[in-house]
Design a protein around this ligand. Structure first.
Ligand SMILES: Cc1cc2nc3c(=O)[nH]c(=O)nc-3n(C[C@H](O)[C@H](O)[C@H](O)COP(=O)(O)OP(=O)(O)OC[C@H]3O[C@@H](n4cnc5c(N)ncnc54)[C@H](O)[C@@H]3O)c2cc1C
Ligand code: SF4
Length: 508
């Protein structure tokens, strides 16, 4: 069977959902191909047993690590992609992140665009994703217009800690959060099951709610769920994609289009391009640079549990960031990264997400700890290396080779965070390393740039090699920075979509 559309978008996450939303107002016929399905609104959305114990919404696919050992990637295949499960922390990269930065572990390369290029798209992205925040508090904040919505206030225990951090001379700021109508009757209720859970109320700003669902209200936009894009096929010269081979509900379908937008997530987009090798593209589609799949990055992240009696009943505690050490540490002239408070944890998460020994600790002990605890995240920049890469095994499985390059700076950030939280009143601060390959903030596998020999995509995220192929997920990141990637994916997807409107869809 063959179908034909003007534009095919593969993947309905942040990149794909945002492009679909922007192009939905044109006259072009658009097909979104998504391998997963909608996440149903159901009681299990907010059940730690379902989400963490049974991994109800997680992929069951296993990837291989660099040694060939299987692991379960922390990723979700569904409409909206991983944004259905995110904490909705929607940061702009810092202005410095766009330039070259010397880190302890090596160089973070410059981007081919400046902060000023992306700033108007960040403004739009924040409006589209209803971002709440307060400007003027964060010492690393780039120049910006005020946030579209006021900040989510610090509650109970977090408000106390914020005051103590200020007394210590630090500059705690509000996390920028994408939440819909908090406090209003049909809006977000600021619950304690946000990060890692889907929102039962559809009140979280995610790519389904803010991108795909409004887009498919337009007659010209079609969504195929449970549809897996296996390969992209080109013309004989190899400079145009002519069709995608798709398995839809078990049946093979050929989908032809004039324009193809790939947004499968940084690992799966690289895998799709590598799977699409042909006589015209022997090392993988759009891979004349040899960089498809290389320079895989994910943040270096450590959770920390802080213990501070007495018990507290703060429900929504993911509201504060400490960016004082983002560009340099207290005793160092190099960047360390960011510290954020996290959503409340519980015994189910601790047992399911922790190392094997964690399962032997009784639930009551965890619950006693978490009733008096606040969870934190220390996050440092990962650096690009061509040896950290996505490849395919001979039987087509995904293999992810990754070693941390900036680990020393991250250890320093964790040590600084522990000291700081102790000074702020926590009795104990326990770092919890999950010891698994981090795939949540994946990026870098099809880097953008101006030189086709050192980049896969041009600065609009169009392939240098193939005229009608765009890749709009976090694959394009030349560096990972140390803030959450989502808003930057959305901003660049908006920019790429505008470019598509002005060029490939001009006049439609
Ligand atoms: C628990 C968790 C919390 C997070 N919290 C934050 C946060 O607070 N802030 C932030 O900025 N980031 C956060 N992230 C990261 C963020 O969610 C991702 O960076 C972002 O969602 C990536 O978007 P994407 O569109 O690039 O890829 P994805 O979300 O991975 O979307 C890709 C889509 O493509 C589909 N797909 C893949 N392969 C194929 C194929 N071959 N055919 C058809 N469809 C395909 C997938 O099913 C998926 O829907 C978090 C991630 C997780 C897991
Ligand atoms: S109600 Fe608000 S805090 Fe709770 S999951 Fe939904 S968006 Fe997150």
């Amino acid at each position: 069977m063959t179908e034909r559309f003007d534009v095919v978008i593969i993947g309905s996450g942040l990149g794909g959902g945002t492009v679909a939303h922007t192009l939905s107002t044109t006259a072009a016929s658009i097909l979104i191909i998504e391998r997963g399905d909608f996440i149903p609104q159901e009681a299990e959305n907010w059940s730690p047993h379902a989400v963490w114990g049974e991994l109800r919404y997680r992929t069951t696919e296993r990837w291989l690590d660099g040694r060939g050992k299987e692991f379960l990637p922390y990723t979700h295949y569904c409409v909206g992609g991983n944004s259905k499960f995110w904490g909705s922390v929607l940061y702009r990269l810092r202005r410095e992140d766009f330039g070259e930065l010397q880190h302890l572990g090596g160089i973070s390369p410059a981007w081919p665009v400046t902060y000023e290029t992306l700033a108007p798209y960040y403004d739009r992205a924040e409006r589209l994703y209803s971002v709440h925040g307060e400007d003027g508090l964060d010492p690393t904040e780039p120049p910006r217009e005020p946030f579209p919505y006021p900040p989510i206030e610090h509650q109970g225990r977090i408000a106390v800690v914020v005051e103590r951090l200020r007394e210590l001379g630090l500059h705690p700021s509000h996390l920028p959060l994408g939440l819909l109508r908090p406090g209003e009757p049909d809006g977000c209720i600021l619950c304690d099951t946000c990060n890692s859970y889907p929102c039962k109320l559809r009140a979280k700003s995610d790519a389904d709610v803010c991108g795909v669902s409004p887009a498919i209200e337009h007659d010209a936009v079609t969504l195929w769920t449970n549809s897996y894009a296996e390969r992209l096929l080109t013309n004989g010269a190899g400079n145009k994609v002519i069709a995608a081979e798709v398995v839809r509900d078990g049946e093979s379908v050929r989908v032809e289009a004039s324009l193809f937008v790939v947004s499968c997530g940084a690992v799966n987009s690289a895998a799709l391009l590598l799977r699409s090798a042909s006589s015209a593209h022997k090392d993988g589609l759009a891979n004349s640079s040899g960089l498809v799949g290389r320079n895989y990055m994910a943040h270096l992240a450590t959770m920390l549990g802080g213990f501070m009696p007495p018990r507290h009943d703060t429900v929504f505690q993911k509201t504060v960031a400490i960016n004082d050490y983002y560009l340099r540490g207290p005793d160092a002239d190099y960047p360390l990264g960011q510290i954020q408070s996290q959503g409340r944890s519980n015994a189910v998460i601790a047992k399911a997400g922790g190392p094997p020994a964690a399962r032997r600790v009784p639930a009551w002990a965890y619950n006693a700890w978490f009733a008096r605890g606040v969870e934190w995240l220390a996050m440092s920049e990962d650096l690009p290396s061509p040896d950290n890469r996505v490849t395919l095994t001979s039987d087509g499985r995904i293999q992810l080779q990754w070693e941390a390059l900036n680990a020393e700076a991250h250890r320093e950030l964790v040590a600084v965070t522990r000291r700081l939280l102790r000074k702020a009143g926590f009795w104990y601060v326990l770092p919890i390393s999950l010891g698994v390959v981090n795939t949540t903030h994946q990026c870098g596998t099809a880097v953008f740039g101006t030189d086709p020999t050192t980049s896969v995509l041009d600065t609009w995220c169009r392939s240098h090699d193939v005229d009608n192929l765009f890749v709009v997920d976090a694959s394009f990141f030349p560096s990972s920075a140390a803030v959450n990637p989502g808003l930057t994916i959305v901003a660049q997807a908006l920019r790429a979509a505008d470019h598509i409107k002005d060029t490939h869809l001009r006049g439609r």
